[in-house]
Design a protein around this ligand. Sequence first.
Ligand code: AMP
Ligand code: MG
Length: 400
Amino acid sequence: MTTVAEAWTLISERVPARPVETVAIDDAVDRILAERILAERDQPPFDRVTMDGIAVSSAAWAVGRRSFSIAAVQAAGQAATTCPSGDACIRVMTGAVRPEGTDAVIPIERLRIDGDIAHVDDEATVEPGRFIHAQGSDRREADVVLEPGERIGPAEIAVLASAGRARVATTRPAAVAVISTGDELVAVDAPEIAPHQIRSSNDLAVAASLRRAHLADCSRTTLPDDPDVILESVEALHAENDILILSGGVSMGEFDFVPAVLEQLRAEVVFHRIEQKPGKPMWFGLSGEGKPIFALPGNPVSTLLCMTRYVVPVLRQASGLRPTPPEYARLSADVTGPKHLTYFVPVLLGWSDDGIEFAEPRPTNTSGDFSSLAATDGFIELGSGVGTHPAGTIGRIFRW
Ligand code: AMP
Ligand code: MG
């Protein structure tokens, strides 16, 4: 059987990088940047006034001048005017260009304006560059302002806009078919449900996991435990999608047709079964065209865990997203699990008084007990070879 570490390596080596696509800046939000962005101009592009007030010569102030005659008014968006002499000033607004002949701004709060004369109070501080955001002090023209791999959020959008980038190269989200199998499954909105049926939740949970990661566009399909129907649908969905994620039908039961059907489609089996609890029956392979296929066990805890441990991380990697360091936490209580399997336990995360992250275990009754997952933050990964993991054990955290 494959270990958790081997399974991750096998998956991460086989899921191909996503293609790059150029989109309008408005459509780039939450996508992953796929090019290096350079500053279009110096940032700021001119000496920018940062306060409403008057622009003066600090040399005139230094020799004792405290009243200045107002020679002109200059707002943001106007070309620079020139201050005629040291005893004059220019009324300026935030965002205006520093007028020629001035090198400091005195804010309006320090002034008393009397007709054409601005009188400055004693609390003003006037020195070269005061309240002026110097040209190029943030970035120089052609400096790198963004590297590829960044998730595009509001701050990155502002930087792209200032660089004049109306269109930007990003990685294209994967088209993913989410397929649930099971004769017992009934849609969330079905008005009637028989005692022997259950509502299908995996397809919606898997889609939610993908949507939250902003790395895929997905469709959902529910199929019966009928190998012919599964074969036909999977073939059609494979043609239209980049990645398939199935749930259910991968164990050893008489109606677990998924692995056999996938092999009939000439998919290459990379592994079937991982030394882990829950989620042991997980299957991973590549279609004849090299498209990744994940077949996850149907138990809802197993499905979500395998999504969070393998599928979402590999989509992040394939998108070129800048890797973030792994997160670890300390168990706040003993946990007993299977000795020879990696054990994944749902947890609530918190911070102790000394600033160490701790994980409060919230074990589920079985891998079918998804009710207990709600309101947990994720799970902790506990290595095999140990039956009881004592409080204080440090484990890797994966958030839902
Ligand atoms: P299976 O992997 O098909 O053996 O299913 C294992 C358990 O998970 C069974 O109790 C199924 O009813 C349940 N299950 C399978 N698919 C889903 C689904 N889409 N939503 C909720 N439960 C499911
Ligand atoms: Mg089933």
